[in-house]
Design a protein around this ligand. Structure first.
Ligand code: GUN
Length: 281
């Protein structure tokens, strides 16, 4: 049996519609949710992501500002921009698009963002809250994955979830969220031995490796839920970390594009509204 293809576009569209309604209500009550995005340099993928974020804000009726800094901008100049946004009462959410050019200290910049405006959930305060099971901003991609699983009534409790990838943006927070949902979680990474064997034991696989077609059919237990977080460009096309043949064996599969990617932006808008609420609205 072929896998059920998880329609991230449809689930995200529902979220966006609801978010647009909540945004209208906030505007009626006198506050316009506003996201500020800081983009440093000319990274082509980042330019596309930031444009998509701006468009999503506009469609939801939210305000957005993109602050573009030159590739060679100084650490101090970048930090001044973040400090200004922290102080600006009209800005509810702040996002510094990653990766930053190599000469900049990413950790120092993320540390500077007001944790109550940290809609990416990358500040140590928010990752700590996630780790401790406290309320805080949760990184958008793994949060979107959890919402997709919920939307398809896919049970997580007691299941063996294998996360491939250990980044701060996806792998680590993903593992924490699955654990909080009572899954038994294994995290695999580039140094993992017998990776295929481990993945074959998974009821739920989350692939966040950044390598096209990394997860192949032979690694998948029949009927497993396979979530593809990868966004790889191959000969001009966008493909995931999961080989499309996996659809012949998995129970559920997220396509790329049209799967998780759509949810990331929906969750960014969701987090921005959460930031507005945190500020007393
Ligand atoms: N670069 C790749 N993904 C992300 C993300 O979710 N947030 C930010 N700020 N940068 C990214």
């Amino acid at each position: 049996m072929a896998a059920v293809m998880i329609d991230g576009r449809a689930v995200a569209a529902k979220w966006k519609e609801e978010i647009a309604g909540q945004t209208r209500e906030m505007i009626e009550r006198g506050v316009t949710p506003h996201l500020a995005v800081v983009l440093v340099g000319e990274n082509a993928a980042s330019q596309v992501y930031v444009r998509n974020k701006e468009n999503a804000c506009r469609k939801a009726g939210m305000g957005s500002t993109v602050i573009r800094l030159e590739e060679d901008c100084s650490q101090q100049a970048l930090e001044e921009v973040v400090k200004g946004l922290n102080q600006d009462p009209a800005v509810h959410g702040i996002l510094v698009q990653l990766p930053l050019p190599a000469h900049l200290d990413e950790a120092a910049v993320l540390r500077l963002i007001d944790p109550d405006k940290d809609v990416d959930g990358f500040h140590a305060m928010n990752s700590g809250r996630l780790m401790n099971g406290q309320k805080g901003f949760v990184p958008c991609t793994p949060l979107g994955v959890m919402k997709l699983l919920e939307a398809y009534d896919i049970p997580v409790r007691g299941k063996h979830a294998v996360v491939i990838g250990r980044s701060n943006i996806v792998g680590k927070p993903m593992a924490m969220l699955l654990l909080a949902a009572d899954a038994t979680v294994t995290v695999c990474h580039s140094r993992t031995q017998n990776l295929s064997e481990i993945v074959r034991q998974a009821d739920i696989v989350v692939a966040a490796v950044g390598r096209a077609g990394f997860v192949t059919k032979d690694m998948i237990k029949p009927g497993a839920v396979v979530i593809d977080v990868g966004i790889n460009r191959v000969d001009g096309a966008i493909v995931g970390d999961v080989d499309p043949e996996v659809a012949q064996k998995a129970g559920y599969l997220t396509p790329v594009p049209g799967g998780v990617g759509q949810m990331t932006i929906a969750m960014l808008l969701h987090n921005t509204l959460e930031a507005v609420r945190l500020h007393g609205w």
